[in-house]
Each structure stands twice: as C-alpha cells, then as structure tokens.
Design a protein around this ligand. Structure first.
Ligand code: 5GP
Length: 189
C-alpha cells in the first residue's frame, strides 16, 4: 500500500492494526510487571505522544504521566548524541518507578543521555519502552526493556514520528520512498 501525502510518497511499513495489537501485548506485559506499583510514564516529546496516548489507555495499573523534551544537535535525520534539555520533568522522580516512553531508538545516543540524566535523580527503577528499534544502527549499548518492533535501517515517519514536523498524524508507520528520502537529505548506508 502506498499513499501520497503532501510532500512526497510514503509506503506503509507497520499497519495501524499491527500497532494496535502490539501495544495491547506491551500494555499487558507492562501491567503485569508493575502490578502493585504506580509507575510514572515519561513521554519523550514529541514523537512518543501518539504511542503514549494509546499505551496508557491499555494499562491496567494506576500510573502518572509526565513529559521531557530534548533537542539533539545533528541534522534532521541523524542524532549527534549531544543533547540539550528543552523541558524537564514537572515532578520529582526520587524513589519512583519510571518508565520512559520513546518513539524510536536509533543510534541509542539520545536514550543513553536521558537514562544517565534521570538515573542521577535516584528513581527506584528506570525502564524504557520504545515502539521502534533500529537495532543495526546502535552506537552505544543502551538498555531497552520493552520493544514494539525491530525495524530495518530506513527513515520512518507516521504515528507520531515526523519529517520536518510533517507526517506525525499518519495512523501507521511508513518509510519514505527512495526519491523522497534522497530529496530529504539522504542517509548514509
Ligand atoms: P538516536 O539518538 O537513538 O540516534 O535517535 C533517537 C531520535 O532520533 C528519535 O527519538 C527520533 O526523534 C530520531 N529518529 C531516529 N530515527 C528516526 C526515523 O527513522 N524517523 C524519525 N522520524 N525520527 C528518527
């Protein structure tokens, strides 16, 4: 299946139905692991918002939600690992069970920074759930406890993920066609 939203052609990689099913499985696993606890889910803005919204509605443990926003110095499609905190958490996480909610782990550099930063605040536990994982691109060894889908090394958009702030609203995860990817600045193999 392919569609042509404003700006170029994208192809569906993971359908809305596959995402729904996998989020149900993740929510069941997380609910079971956090039984008797009240975790704080921390969404990493902005890409994780759709995933977080769907995930929390499937959890059956009490929980709270907070957000963190970071900016990565790099170009649109490549993280440099040098990270700046744009918005910190509203709450104190000392002694809390924190579950970081991430859209995609690529090199792992961003998550490595956030794990280290939050880790210094002495949470009781700190885990990560990521919808997508580009394992073959990993540059640092970073722990990701819950993974939705392992995907190939392609630039993806949709379901919260953007290219230049576009495509976040797509209900599925899509890869940009080769022409669009090249026009968007290309990716080293
Ligand atoms: P990392 O630091 O792991 O290399 O990059 C993580 C961040 O880079 C993600 O949170 C996301 O914002 C961005 N990113 C990495 N790969 C992709 C991709 O394929 N598509 C989009 N839209 N963003 C990506």
């Amino acid at each position: 299946m392919s569609l042509r939203p404003p700006g170029g052609r994208v192809e569906v990689l993971i359908t809305r139905e596959e995402i729904d099913r996998r989020i149900g499985e993740l929510a069941a696993e997380i609910s079971s692991d956090y039984r008797g606890q009240s975790p704080l889910l921390v969404g990493i803005l902005k890409g994780s918002t759709l995933f977080l919204a769907d995930l929390v509605r499937r959890l059956d443990v009490p929980h709270e939600v907070d957000f963190i926003s970071i900016s990565s110095y790099g170009n649109e499609q490549r993280s440099s690992g040098v990270v700046r905190l744009l918005k910190d958490l509203d709450c104190d996480i000392t002694g809390r069970d924190v579950l970081l909610v991430e859209d995609i782990v690529d090199t792992g550099l961003t998550l490595h920074y956030i794990r280290q930063n939050l880790g210094t605040r002495r949470p009781r536990s700190l885990r990560v759930v990521a919808l997508l994982d580009k394992q073959e691109r990993r540059e640092v060894d970073v722990q990701v406890e819950y993974v939705g889908f392992v995907i190939p090394d392609r630039f993806v958009v949709g379901y919260g993920l953007d290219y230049a702030e576009q495509y976040r609203e797509l209900p599925h995860v899509a890869v940009m066609g080769p022409d669009e990817e090249a026009a968007a600045g290309g990716r080293e193999a």
